[in-house]
Design a protein around this ligand. Structure first.
Ligand code: UT7
Length: 332
């Protein structure tokens, strides 16, 4: 029996309406548009506002759009996996809540936690389920409401992150196109360089943890930058080498959007030109698990069947990885 290959058959996306520009941030912290654009490439980010609105709200919106675009009935979907670091609750999972809000009630769903690499981890998991032959329709969501864990008095982090969600449909491929290879890596020695200290089982919420601002993201930017630049470029080059690909073979790099300088370094290492790099960091900032599916969402109309794509990420943990896929459909 020939091997089953998994492929992406549709993309949905959702950005909340409210926009926080660099100029808005100038009024909140000691920063300026010139610093943010030159150091990161970010000009604005979307923020989810409204009472009782969690990450699942954005994930469900992306899923509903995906169902409509792919003409899929809710009962056809067999599994939903959500990558996020900002689930609505510690439990139940964000995936559970997304299913209910999107009218998908009766099948398995679970969250994957791998910070900014979460979408690649979740997608690789879905691929393995499809390749096993057990499932035929899986939705993978990458969604984060980073504004919920941002300290808007800390200029070193609050300018970087935004809110958003993307979702993809994964099915068995009808031809040779689809997800061909993936590499996943992690290194827990990065623990204290990029993390949220409070609210977990080690430091449950107390007056002290709130006072110490442990329920916000902490990042030691420079060392994280150094790791990110080398690891994301290395893992992209590694997946190209082991699949005998050179820069000219690649139609698109789909990088995690944390910093334009990291993205540029990765593209240079892969020997590909700027026009082949998906970029939306200027509009959304770093939406953590949302960045890669939101790139696919924004660029979907430019993707052609058979295009070689490299997806690459680096994030908290540390976690990093890459995926090589051949795009499975022409613009619809
Ligand atoms: O997605 C998960 C993985 N995360 C990443 O990949 C992020 C990796 N790190 C980065 O992207 C960069 O390190 C940052 C964008 C976070 C920071 O850029 P940087 O070029 O590394 O700046 P820096 O931290 O070295 O700071 C340079 C200066 C400092 O001032 P002094 O000490 O030189 O006087 C900072 O205090 O810039 C200052 N600074 C700011 N100034 C204006 C830091 N944040 C700001 C700000 N506005 N928002």
């Amino acid at each position: 029996m020939s091997k089953i290959r998994a492929c992406i058959t549709g993309v949905g996306g959702y950005l909340p309406d409210d926009v926080l520009t660099n100029f808005d941030l100038e009024k909140m912290v000691d920063t300026n548009d010139e610093w943010i654009v030159s150091r990161t490439g970010i000009k604005q980010r979307h923020i989810l506002k409204g009472e009782n609105m969690g990450t699942s709200h954005m994930g469900a919106k992306a899923v509903l759009q995906l169902l409509e675009k792919t003409n899929t009935k809710p009962e056809e979907v067999e599994l939903l996996i959500c990558a996020t670091v900002t689930p609505d609750y510690q439990f139940p999972s964000c995936a559970n809540l997304i299913c209910t809000q999107a009218g998908l009630n009766t099948f398995g769903s679970f969250d994957v936690s791998a910070a900014c690499s979460g979408f690649l981890y979740a997608l690789s998991t879905a691929v393995a389920f499809i390749e096993s032959g057990r499932y035929k329709k899986i939705i993978v969501v990458g969604a984060d409401k980073m504004s919920a864990i941002m300290d808007y008095t800390d200029r070193t982090t609050c300018v970087l992150f935004g809110d958003g969600a993307g979702a993809v449909m994964i099915e068995p491929s009808k031809d040779e196109n689809g997800i061909i290879d993936f590499i996943l890596n992690s290194d827990g020695t990065g623990e204290k360089m990029l993390f949220m200290k409070g609210g977990g089982s080690r430091y449950p919420a107390t007056e002290e943890t709130v006072k110490n601002k442990w329920h916000y993201v902490f990042q030691d930017g420079q060392p994280v930058f150094k790791f990110a630049v080398t690891r994301m470029a290395d893992v992209s080059a590694e997946i190209m080498e082991r699949n005998n690909l050179v820069g000219d073979d690649i139609a698109w790099l789909v990088p995690h959007q944390a910093n334009k300088r990291i993205i540029d370094a990765t593209a240079r290492r892969m020997n590909i030109s700027d026009e082949k790099v998906m970029l939306n960091i200027q509009n959304y900032g770093n939406t953590t698990a949302g960045t890669i599916p939101l790139c696919l969402f924004d660029y979907e109309k430019q993707l052609k069947k058979g295009d070689n794509l490299i997806l690459a990420s680096f994030g908290g943990g540390f976690t990093w990885g890459s995926i090589y896929l051949k795009w499975a459909y022409d613009p619809k």
